[in-house]
Design a protein around this ligand. Structure first.
Ligand code: ZN
Ligand code: ZN
Length: 282
């Protein structure tokens, strides 16, 4: 399992998880390893609609970028409950290094008002079925459904003025497709990316939470507080051929949110591939 340790600032405390999409099933057990118990807003009889911060199906535009949206959700949950808060936010798009591959980037944030900590976990995965297709027949609909791992993974049907979310049975899919084919000749199907409808995404949220646990356990060498993490990257890794500095990371600067202690750690690589060099490979 993980190398989770109980850090005294966070152990034996309760956090509220700003979700309504079942993420507690992967997040709560991992935080329990740190001695943090997780409650949902509903456990506290608080109504908390995370959709107000944006939906994947785009009826509601996301509030700010991915990081800002996570921070807003956590801050709101914290404000409503007075507890430390956890929020997660996903984004789907081309992989940053391999643009032809779709990828899922998940962030999980812990905000602790008592200790003024903001700690981030992150996971990037190309294991995602995120996709959409325009279909013109039942058999095309079935083909797409099969490709994305339906019915374990849910579907959304998008037609003129209508959005049907959370389709998880063959009968539901067939009747919705039938209905809209008759009226418009084609329908858009897409993967429902809400966590409880997408086991692949749930796994990436779990990985991001593991990363959060690891970040919490990185304690400051000076004061011992959790969340000793990279604050900035220093470019300048020398080119393997000409030894001129490149844009690649030479060192990572770690910083403590509590005492301000900083430490530079050299990057794993000692030289950059000349492909990144402005002189050797213009
Ligand atoms: Zn410190
Ligand atoms: Zn070079």
């Amino acid at each position: 399992m993980s190398d989770a340790i109980w850090v005294p600032q966070l152990a034996n405390r309760t956090a509220v998880l700003a979700t309504m999409h079942g993420k507690e099933q992967v997040i709560a057990p991992l935080l329990a390893e740190l001695g943090i118990s997780v409650l949902l807003p509903s456990d506290l009889n608080i109504e908390f609609n995370t959709d107000q911060f944006g939906t994947f199906s785009r009826e509601i535009k996301r509030a700010g970028n991915q990081q800002e949206a996570a921070r807003m959700k956590a801050a709101r949950a914290m404000q409503l409950t007075g507890l430390m808060a956890i929020a997660s936010e996903g984004a789907f798009g081309p992989h940053p290094a391999l643009p032809y591959l779709p990828c899922d980037r998940e962030l999980v944030l812990l905000l602790d008002p008592e200790n003024q900590l903001e700690i981030w976990g992150e996971a990037l995965s190309t294991k995602t079925n995120f996709s959409q297709a325009e279909v013109r027949s039942q058999s095309e609909a079935e083909q797409f459904a099969q490709k994305i791992g339906f019915p374990q993974h849910g579907l959304i049907l998008r037609a003129e003025n209508q959005l049907i979310k959370g389709i998880v049975t063959a009968a539901e899919l067939a009747s919705a497709v039938e209905h809209h084919l008759v009226s418009s000749g084609s329908v858009m199907l897409e993967t429902d990316m809400r966590a409880q409808y997408n086991p692949q995404r749930m796994q990436v949220i779990q990985q991001a939470t593991q990363n959060l646990v690891q970040k919490i356990c990185q304690t400051c060498p000076n004061c011992g507080w959790p969340g000793f993490d990279i604050l900035e990257r220093q470019p300048g890794l020398p080119c393997a051929w000409c030894h001129q500095p490149t844009e690649l990371t030479l060192a990572n600067i770690y910083a403590c949110q509590h005492c301000g202690h900083r430490q530079a750690k050299a990057a794993e690589a000692s030289h950059a591939d000349p492909v990144h060099c402005a002189f050797c490979n213009p």
